[in-house]
Design a protein around this ligand. Structure first.
Ligand code: NAD
Ligand code: UDP
Length: 315
C-alpha cells in the first residue's frame, strides 16, 4: 500500500484520481483550499478509513510522510484563474516549490499536472513536447501559462540539482463528471446552457479548435506516467487527438441533449488560442501504448448525464 498526496484533490480531475487511487488499494491524502473544488466531489470517500481530507493552501508549506505526490492544485478555467492572477501564479510557483521541497525531504516521487497552455497560441500543429510554445508573458492568460511554465522549470531543476524523482504531464482540454456547473470552460458551459434551454455562448466565430479528452483516459495516462522508470521525467502530452471547432462542439451538444437552444456569438477573449491538438506519439511509446479510448459523443453522453443529475438536485 502506498501513501499518496493529491493536491487539488477536491477538484474535477483530482476527485477522479482520489477515487481511482483508493480503488487500487492505496492510502490517499486529499489536500485542497476549495477555491474551485468542492467537498461534494469527494464526500462519498469520507467514510473510507484510507482517505483523509485536509483543508490547506499549497502556497504554504505542508509536512507529511508520503510515497507519491500528484500536484494538481491550481484553478484551470480561464474565468477562475484570471479572477486573482497573482494568487494563480503563486499557486503554481510557490505551490511547486513547497511540494518539491516536501518530495525532496521525504524522497517521494512527484508528478506535476502541467498543461497544453505552455504552448500558448501554437504556431506548430499538432503540438509535440519539443515545441517551446508561443506564449504572451504579459497577457490575461499569462498568470496561468507562465506559472505552469515556471513550475516545469522548477520540477526540472529540483530533479537535476537535488535528484528529486519527477514526472511532468502536459494535459490537454479534459472534461467529464465532477466539473463544476459554474466552471466557465466550454464543455460545462455548453452542456449547462443546453440543458437549461439557453442559447450556447460561442466566443469569436467558433472556428477555433480544441481536442477534448475524457477524464478516465487522462487518469489512466497520469497513473501510467507515475509508474514509469525513474529516468523518464517527461514532459509527456496527455490528450485526445480528435480536434473539433467550437461550432462543431456546440452542434454535437445540442444534438445529444435534444435541446431547442440556439447559438449566440460573443467577443473572443484576448489571446485565446486558435488551434490545439496534442501530438501523443511520446505518450503512446512510453506509457505502454496509452491512447484515449473514449470518443467525444460517448464522453459527452456521460457528462450530460452527470449535469442532468446536478441540475435536478438544484431544483
Ligand atoms: P479544478 O479547478 O476543478 O481543480 C483544481 C483544484 O485545485 C480545486 O479543487 C481547487 O480548489 C484547488 N486549488 C486551487 N488553488 C489551490 C491552492 N492554492 N491550494 C490548494 N488547493 C488549490 O481544475 P481541474 O480541471 O481539475 O484541474 C486540475 C489540474 O489539472 C490543474 O493543475 C490544471 O492546471 C491541470 N489541467 C487541467 C486541464 C483540464 O482540461 N481540466 C488541462 C490542463 C491542465
Ligand atoms: N468558449 C466558448 N464559449 C464558452 C466558453 C469557452 O466559445 O462559453 C471557447 C473559448 O473561447 C476557447 C474554447 O472555447 O476558444 C475553449 O475554452 P476553455 O475555457 O474551455 O479552455 P481553454 O481556452 O483554456 O482551452
Amino acid at each position: 500500500m502506498k501513501r499518496i498526496l493529491i493536491t487539488g484533490g477536491a477538484g474535477f480531475i483530482g476527485s477522479h484520481l482520489c477515487e481511482r487511487m483508493l480503488e487500487e488499494g492505496n492510502e490517499v491524502i486529499c489536500l485542497d483550499n476549495y477555491f474551485t473544488g468542492t467537498k461534494k466531489n469527494i464526500v462519498h470517500l469520507l467514510d473510507n478509513p484510507y482517505f483523509e481530507l485536509v483543508r490547506h493552501d499549497i502556497t504554504m508549506p505542508y509536512f507529511i510522510e508520503v510515497d507519491e505526490i500528484y500536484n494538481l492544485a491550481c484553478p484551470a478555467s480561464p474565468v477562475h484563474y484570471q479572477y486573482n492572477p497573482i494568487k494563480t501564479i503563486k499557486t503554481s510557483v510557490m505551490g511547486a516549490i513547497n511540494m518539491l521541497g516536501l518530495a525532496k525531504r521525504v524522497k517521494a516521487k512527484i508528478l506535476q499536472a502541467s498543461t497544453s497552455e505552455v504552448y500558448g497560441d501554437p504556431e506548430l500543429h499538432p503540438q509535440p513536447e519539443y515545441y517551446w510554445g508561443n506564449v504572451n508573458p504579459i497577457g490575461p492568460r499569462s498568470c496561468y501559462d507562465e506559472g505552469k511554465r515556471c513550475a516545469e522549470t522548477l520540477f526540472m531543476d529540483y530533479h537535476i540539482q537535488n535528484n528529486v524523482n519527477i514526472k511532468i504531464v502536459r494535459i490537454f482540454n479534459t472534461y467529464g463528471p465532477n466539473m463544476n456547473p459554474d466552471d466557465g470552460r466550454v464543455v460545462s458551459n455548453f452542456i449547462v446552457q443546453a440543458l437549461k434551454g439557453e442559447d450556447l455562448t460561442i466566443f469569436g466565430n467558433g472556428t477555433q479548435t480544441r481536442s477534448f479528452q475524457f477524464v478516465d483516459d487522462l487518469i489512466e495516462g497520469m497513473i501510467r506516467m507515475m509508474n514509469t522508470p525513474d529516468e523518464l521525467t517527461g514532459p509527456v502530452n496527455l490528450g485526445n487527438q480528435n480536434e473539433f471547432t467550437m461550432l462543431e462542439l456546440a452542434e454535437t451538444i445540442v444534438d445529444l441533449t435534444g435541446s431547442g437552444s440556439g447559438l449566440i456569438f460573443k467577443e473572443l477573449p484576448k489571446d485565446d488560442p486558435q488551434q490545439r491538438r496534442p501530438d501523443t506519439t511520446l505518450a503512446k511509446s512510453t506509457l505502454q501504448n496509452w491512447e484515449p479510448k473514449v470518443q467525444l459523443r460517448e464522453g459527452l453522453g456521460k457528462t450530460i448525464e452527470y449535469f442532468e443529475s446536478v441540475l435536478n438536485q438544484g431544483k
